[in-house]
Design a protein around this ligand. Structure first.
Ligand SMILES: Nc1ncnc2c1ncn2[C@@H]1O[C@H](COP(=O)(O)OP(=O)(O)OP(=O)(O)O)[C@@H](O)[C@H]1O
Length: 266
């Protein structure tokens, strides 16, 4: 378990007058072992904020604290603290080499983190098998290529790769939105189980307020690079205070309500 805190974080793209301020003065706390949802319309800065934690973008103001250590521009021991944070993306293909078996991909993630690098082959295979089992994939499939797996299975492999690093904080960026609706639930159930079993601290980015309400303890709402409302997920979604949150909640289609005029329902 680890505590993740954003203090007055700003991230911009580009420099000078043309710079685009994607994240502006965000302060947010993701307490140890809790799951916090991050919602907001497309372009509100959710991915940028998460990517700044793992160093894919540099925050130009503020601090990002993992267990009290600032990981912005981290070097040395702070860089090793940052490695306790792993991110899973919407598109599993972005982290999987199409020519590498899924077992080799997971083994690579183990080696990068120094786990297994000096162990013998049988030991490494055992670790890969355990990770595949953890994400509910048959270890006998370790030799499969990504293309031999379904989208949901590939996302499980991406989660296994992230877990190979023994993270304490997981950033989940729209991890089911590229998947068929029928498999989204199984991947989300897996995430919930893994979070509980490993006591992970999770920042869960999603457009799906119903999922956030079910999965998350708290939720933060982002608009134009800023957090405009934060609170318990049920409270914020059931009783939104900020006009923008109300708009987001209103935009969620409800079963039985007309979608495109009379007679068309979900
Ligand atoms: N690499 C980039 N270079 C320049 N601008 C970028 C870059 N990535 C994102 N942006 C801009 O920064 C803003 C925030 O984008 P970001 O992807 O963080 O939003 P988001 O809330 O995650 O959106 P989505 O829900 O669509 O993923 C947007 O205006 C976007 O166009």
């Amino acid at each position: 378990m680890s505590d993740l805190a954003f203090e007055n974080v700003g991230v911009r793209y580009g420099h000078g007058p043309a710079a685009h301020q994607a994240v502006r003065g965000v302060s947010l706390h993701v307490p140890s072992g809790r799951t916090v949802g991050l919602v907001g319309e497309s372009g509100s800065g959710k991915s940028t904020l998460a990517r700044a934690v793992v160093g894919l973008h540099e925050a130009h103001t503020g601090r990002i604290l993992v267990d009290g250590t600032d990981v912005v521009g981290a070097r040395g021991s702070a860089a090793s603290v940052r490695r306790t944070v792993q991110m899973v993306f919407q598109d599993a293909n972005s982290c999987l080499n199409p020519r590498m078996s899924i077992g080799a991909s997971i083994e690579e993630a183990l080696a990068v983190r120094g786990r297994s690098a000096r162990r013998d082959r049988a030991h490494r295979r055992g670790e890969v098998a355990a990770l595949l089992e953890m994400v509910e994939l048959d270890p006998a499939r370790a030799g499969d290529l990504p293309m031999q797996l379904s989208g949901g299975q590939r996302q499980r492999v991406a989660i296994a790769r992230a877990l190979a690093a023994e993270p304490r904080v997981l950033l989940a960026d729209e991890i089911t939105s590229a998947l068929d609706v029928s498999v989204q639930g199984t991947v989300l159930n897996l995430l919930m189980r893994v979070q509980r079993d490993l006591d992970l601290t999770v920042l869960f980015i999603s457009h799906n307020l119903a999922v956030v309400r079910q999965l998350c303890d708290d939720v933060a709402v982002m608009k134009d690079g800023q957090v405009v409302e934060v609170g318990s997920a049920t409270e914020v979604i059931d009783h939104p205070e900020h006009p923008y949150t109300r708009e987001l909640v209103r935009a969620v289609p409800r079963i039985g309500t007309p979608l495109f005029g009379k007679g068309t329902t979900l």
